[in-house]
Design a protein around this ligand. Structure first.
Ligand SMILES: Cc1cc2nc3c(=O)[nH]c(=O)nc-3n(C[C@H](O)[C@H](O)[C@H](O)COP(=O)(O)OP(=O)(O)OC[C@H]3O[C@@H](n4cnc5c(N)ncnc54)[C@H](O)[C@@H]3O)c2cc1C
Length: 270
């Protein structure tokens, strides 16, 4: 599998003929929108940050199938994908020479709410405040409250491990995301949740990308535990690097905790 910087280099130098080939493959497979014209590429070349990078194009998915198709086609052409929510991140996290996957237009629904158990299953493009408004009658709200909560999405918060003025009381995104459905770089689907016992052993022994991720995450955390213990900053919210400090113990593994704060570099959350 090509490394991220190699795909970004390909994305930066891709020619119009190959973009045309990508469009021809995407259009029959995407039930949402495929926008690869110059106008849309310029529109999506920036976000709330000062950075600008012209993307290869934009896919606006209606379903996880659309996301999977976009990732598989990007892989065939050796170019990166870049998930995007509200685009309010401040460090250029949603700008790249990539196929942008914009979750904010269609994949913004609430799937299920359990007021008794205080959880909600949502699509990643839902705006934070829309979720809070929908559960207000139950006396509930979504905890992490970045200043941009009127525009920012749950998926973007997962990318950034977002927090806000009340996070000292209510916690940051890492404290609130229980499980995720996601699509890996080879287009395979995963569900990350607390995993233990024979299920964890089965996952570890799978000859798949998912299996390799379980094995490598644990190996990295265990082999470097002294360094992680000594050098990871002990602060309330951290968003640089991956949360390897969460995988040092022998208990259940929940790879959701690696996805939070990963800035769209590991998976697309669906
Ligand atoms: C004025 C201002 C104030 C802000 N205040 C705060 C604050 O108080 N606290 C705070 O934490 N942040 C703050 N931010 C930063 C930002 O608004 C938040 O982090 C917000 O939660 C990002 O959400 P978004 O939907 O806009 O994400 P985006 O900017 O769209 O994306 C953020 C990251 O998440 C990834 N991502 C998006 N969707 C997915 C997905 N489906 N799967 C995988 N990865 C995905 C993207 O690739 C990117 O790396 C502020 C920004 C501005 C402009």
């Amino acid at each position: 599998m090509p490394l991220l910087y190699e795909t970004a280099r390909k994305g930066a130098t891709i020619n119009e003929a190959e973009i045309g080939m990508i469009v021809d493959k995407l259009k029959p497979q995407i039930s949402g929108e495929v926008r690869m014209d110059k106008y849309n590429r310029l529109m999506y070349s920036t976000d709330a940050s000062m950075y600008q990078m012209t993307p290869i194009g934009v896919v606006i998915p209606r379903t996880a199938d659309d996301v999977e198709a976009a990732i598989r086609i990007a892989k065939e052409h050796g170019v990166p994908v870049m998930p995007r929510g509200g685009g309010t991140a401040l460090a250029g996290q949603t700008t790249n020479h990539a196929i942008i996957i914009d979750f904010s237009k269609y994949m913004r629904n609430i799937v299920e709410v359990s007021p008794e158990e205080r959880w909600a299953k949502v699509q990643p493009g839902i705006v934070n405040n829309h979720l809070s408004a929908a559960v207000r009658n139950h006396g509930l709200m979504y905890g992490p409250d970045p200043v941009t909560s009127a525009r920012a999405t749950i998926g973007g918060g997962i990318g950034n491990n977002s927090c806000g003025p009340h996070s000292v009381i209510y916690g940051k995104t890492l404290d609130h995301i229980l499980e995720v459905d996601a699509i890996l770089s080879d287009g395979s689907r995963v569900h990350f949740a607390p995993t233990t016992g024979s299920l964890l052993e089965d996952k570890m022994s799978e000859n798949t990308l998912e299996g390799a991720i379980y094995r490598e995450t644990r190996r990295l955390a265990w082999e470097n535990s002294a360094e992680i213990e000594q050098r990871f900053p002990k602060i309330l919210r951290r968003v640089m690097g991956y949360n390897l400090d969460d995988f040092m113990g022998e208990g259940p593994m929940n790879l959701t905790r690696a996805v939070v704060g990963s800035e769209g570099t590991l998976v697309a959350v669906t």
